[in-house]
Design a protein around this ligand. Structure first.
Ligand SMILES: CC(C)(COP(=O)(O)OP(=O)(O)OC[C@H]1O[C@@H](n2cnc3c(N)ncnc32)[C@H](O)[C@@H]1OP(=O)(O)O)[C@@H](O)C(=O)NCCC(=O)NCCS
Length: 167
């Protein structure tokens, strides 16, 4: 009978933890975003579905940013603890800072400890491992500068870093 079907859970058969029990707390930005800890998020910032916003190590996101769907912004890493079989006992945490009017593309990852300047652009799918200056456009894994944001009175465009191609 359809009504007897137990809802799927991440724990597998026989277990029934709810999303709330997993710590998937409600947030004012997006019901499908996982916002952890206590990030400071400025007014007018939009956060898409399936994002991970990790405020556990100190996260500031400025005003007017777009955090596209699937993007993940971290302030912690369990890498050393994991590969050492927990002999290294700590989860590392480093504060991450994102400026105002920053665009983070879909499925981008921002590693812990990174600062991204105002009006910068992180391309879809990039992994940001180093600081990004204001108005830089970065792409790839690891993310590297590919252009500059140019904002004039009546137009906005991306100026490529390499010659021979107009934006
Ligand atoms: C980075 C980005 C903003 C560049 O915009 P653009 O300048 O209009 O992009 P173009 O298509 O002209 O590409 C410029 C160059 O960057 C490369 N590029 C574009 N997007 C890229 C990406 N995500 N990763 C790596 N390289 C990328 C292009 O291949 C091109 O290289 P080439 O000059 O050697 O051919 C855009 O491609 C992007 O990633 N947007 C995010 C999309 C997204 O996440 N949307 C979510 C909903 S809003």
């Amino acid at each position: 009978m359809v009504n007897d079907v137990t809802p799927a859970t991440a724990e597998g058969p026989g277990q029934s933890r709810t999303a709330a029990e997993h710590g998937f707390a409600e947030n004012p930005y997006n019901p499908h975003a996982w916002i952890i800890g206590d990030p400071r998020i400025g007014p007018g910032t939009w956060i898409g579905a399936f994002t991970v916003i990790d405020g556990s190590g100190g996260l500031t996101i400025g005003a007017g940013c777009d955090i596209s769907c699937g993007a993940q912004i971290y302030t912690h890493s369990s890498m050393r603890r994991c590969v050492s079989g927990h002999r290294y006992g700590n989860v590392e945490r480093r504060a991450t800072k994102i400026g105002d009017r920053v665009f983070i593309g879909a499925n981008a990852v921002v590693n812990m400890g990174v600062s991204i300047g105002d009006e910068a652009v992180v391309a879809a799918g990039a992994v940001v491992t180093r600081n990004v200056p204001a108005r830089a456009v970065v792409a790839g894994i690891p993310a590297k500068p590919i252009g500059r944001v140019v904002i004039a009175a009546d137009e906005v465009h991306i100026e490529p870093l390499t010659s021979g191609r107009s934006a």
